[in-house]
Design a protein around this ligand. Structure first.
Ligand SMILES: Nc1ncnc2c1ncn2[C@@H]1O[C@H](COP(=O)(O)OP(=O)(O)O)[C@@H](O)[C@H]1O
Ligand SMILES: CC(=O)N[C@@H](CCC(=O)OP(=O)(O)O)C(=O)O
Length: 288
């Protein structure tokens, strides 16, 4: 854990580097895998408040997959995934919406506000932010993003609020849809022309060997992602993150970071230091 003096020194040393983020949008995807890490989350929310005070426009997209699975178990509903997406029947959709847009979303809003920030909890339905359709019948109520309308998010960040968004949308019939939060974060980053997209998860970054945390790669290019997936180095939850990262960078986001949300102040270190702490994904031509 950092002491306050060290934290202040890091911030002062980093200010020239940090200036590039002033008034820019940073989209943070907060993974369900780190929802229960109490002490660390406190540091994370302090960092979010600090960055928003410093003039960074933070948008937080959250998941909550493990909490949905926990409730499926309590209610005797089978947990089934196809290619990393939760098969969502009507009962599962009902609890998914209650958990993500209710419990998880409002807890995050309260945390940010308890550290002096201003947050607003919404889901993809609000302001028509996510336009979605059903992916296909075999997935049930799983949504595919058709379009993003960023006007509500833009209005919130421009009024110095931190929007906190759950990945729930609806289709043209008004049925609720469950969307993987990694995909939502990528599309939102593109629509807001975010400078950076950060995935906070339960590993130190992209690992070459999943059993060895020291095998973290500090920088990879978007052109390497497809072969890393084909070779099986990137699997399960890392696939939607890296595919969304690739799409975001190809659509103008400068860089995407995958960092350890369990490490105190990993967010601040990633934004304040050129060397960063996790994996930075950049385009082939990126040379900073
Ligand atoms: N090459 C890799 N490096 C690191 N993690 C990987 C890799 N391939 C697959 N993973 C898995 O991705 C997981 C993170 O994704 P996920 O479980 O969806 O978390 P979150 O809820 O934070 O989105 C890790 O816990 C790890 O099991
Ligand atoms: C369709 C689909 O799979 N939706 C996800 C939504 C939550 C999510 O993305 O949570 P994580 O960030 O914890 O993975 C789910 O039901 O688990």
């Amino acid at each position: 854990m950092f002491d306050k003096k060290l934290q202040a020194k890091i911030i002062i040393d980093a200010l020239p580097y940090f200036k590039q983020f002033n008034n820019q949008v940073i989209v943070i995807k907060y993974g369900g895998s780190i929802l229960e890490v109490e002490d660390v989350n406190d540091a994370l929310f302090q960092d979010i408040v600090l960055l928003s005070y410093l003039g960074v426009k933070i948008v937080l997209i959250h998941g909550g997959g493990p909490e949905i699975s926990r409730w499926q178990k309590i209610l005797n509903i089978e947990t089934k995934f196809i290619e990393g997406l939760r098969v969502t029947d009507s009962k599962t959709m009902e609890i998914t919406e209650m958990i993500l847009s209710g419990k998880v979303n409002k807890n995050i809003v309260a945390k940010i506000q308890s550290y002096g920030g201003k947050a607003v909890g919404i889901c993809g339905k609000d302001g028509g932010t996510i336009v979605a359709k059903k992916k296909s019948e075999q997935y049930g109520f799983v949504g595919e993003i058709v379009d993003i309308n960023p006007s509500l998010l833009a209005a919130l960040v421009n009024s110095n609020y931190v929007p906190v968004m759950s990945p729930i949308a609806y289709d043209e019939d008004g049925s609720s849809l469950n969307i993987n939060a990694d995909f939502v974060a990528g599309k939102i980053a593109i629509s807001l022309k975010a400078k950076r997209l950060l995935y906070l998860t339960d590993v130190p970054g992209i690992l070459l060997n999943k059993d060895d945390p020291s095998s973290v790669v500090s920088k990879i290019k978007t052109t390497q992602i497809d072969s890393l997936i084909e070779e099986g180095i990137l699997s399960r939850g890392m696939i939607p993150k890296t595919l969304s990262a690739k799409e975001a960078i190809e659509s103008g986001v400068e860089a995407v970071h995958i960092i350890d949300g369990r490490e105190p102040h990993s967010l601040l270190l990633e934004v304040l230091t050129p060397e960063g702490v996790g994996t930075m994904i950049v385009s082939e031509s990126y040379d900073k």
